[in-house]
Design a protein around this ligand. Structure first.
Ligand code: CTP
Length: 210
C-alpha cells in the first residue's frame, strides 16, 4: 500500500518569532511511519516542527503551519491508499501575522483567532478509495467524543488517546471502528501500537475492498 502519515504539532505564527503550538512530540507519528515502512508500504510522512529525528526511509515533507500541512496532504492524497493522521493540527491560528517582532512596550496584543481547516474532514470529502484513520485526543468522555469524530469526519478507524500519551513512551489506547467495534490496549508502547495500527489498516482495506 501507499500510506500517508502525518505527525507532530503545527506552529501558527503570531509574529516573526512567536507562535501558537501544542505539546505534541511527533513520536507516535514517527513510529507509525517507521512501522509502515517496516511492513513494506510506500510511505509519505508529513511532519510539523519537532526536535525528534524523523525515521529513515519515508519520503518526508516538513511543514510549519496547519495551512502548509493541508497543502502537503492534499498534494499527496490522490496517490495514496490510506491516511493515518496522527498530527496534532492546531484548530486556531492568529488572525494576523505581524511583521517583525511585537514589542512589549506596545502593551498586550489583541489576539483574535480564526479556525484552521479541518484537514481530515477535507480529505474525507475528497476520498475515492482511501482508508482514513484519525486520532482523538480526549481529556474527558473519550469514547463518546472519539465515536463522534469517527462518524462526523467519515473515518474507518479512530485511535483514542489521552493527554497522558503526549511525549510518553507507552500509554493506553482504544481503537474504535464502525458498528461498535473496539480494541483496548493498556500501557502499550507507541512502537507496538504503530505496528498493530498499520496491520489493521492493511486488513481494513481487504475487508472494505477500498
Ligand atoms: N485534525 C485535522 N485538522 C484539524 C484538526 C484535527 O485533520 N484542523 C485531525 C487530527 O489529526 C486527528 C483528528 O482530526 O486525527 C482529531 O483531532 P482532535 O484534535 O482530537 O479533534 P478536533 O477535530 O480538533 O476536535 P477537538 O479539538 O474539539 O476535540
Amino acid at each position: 500500500m501507499r500510506i500517508l502519515v502525518t505527525a507532530g504539532p503545527t506552529h501558527e505564527p503570531l509574529d516573526d518569532v512567536r507562535f501558537l503550538a501544542n505539546a505534541s512530540s511527533g513520536r507516535l507519528g514517527f513510529a507509525v511511519a517507521a512501522a509502515a515502512m517496516a511492513l513494506g508500504h510506500r510511505t509519505v510522512l508529513v511532519c510539523g516542527p519537532t526536535p525528534l529525528p524523523p525515521p529513515f526511509g519515508p519520503e518526508t515533507v516538513r511543514v510549519e503551519t496547519a495551512a502548509s500541512m493541508r497543502e502537503a496532504c492534499l498534494a499527496a492524497f490522490p496517490a495514496v491508499d490510506a491516511v493515518i493522521m496522527t498530527a496534532a493540527v492546531a484548530d486556531w491560528r492568529p488572525a494576523q501575522r505581524h511583521q517583525g517582532k511585537l514589542k512589549k512596550d506596545a502593551g498586550p496584543p489583541d489576539l483574535p483567532l480564526v479556525r484552521t481547516a479541518d484537514i481530515l474532514s477535507e480529505l474525507s470529502s475528497r476520498r475515492e478509495h482511501q482508508i482514513l484513520v484519525g486520532f482523538a485526543l480526549e481529556a474527558a468522555d473519550g469514547e463518546v467524543n472519539a465515536r463522534q469524530k469517527l462518524t462526523g469526519k467519515g473515518l474507518d478507524l479512530v485511535v483514542l488517546d489521552s493527554p497522558a500519551a503526549i511525549g510518553a513512551e507507552r500509554s493506553d489506547f482504544v481503537l474504535l471502528g464502525p458498528g461498535g467495534w473496539r480494541n483496548h490496549y493498556r500501557s502499550i508502547s507507541k512502537e507496538i501500537l504503530a505496528h498493530r495500527l498499520v496491520s489493521f489498516v492493511a486488513n481494513a482495506r481487504l475487508l472494505t475492498g477500498r
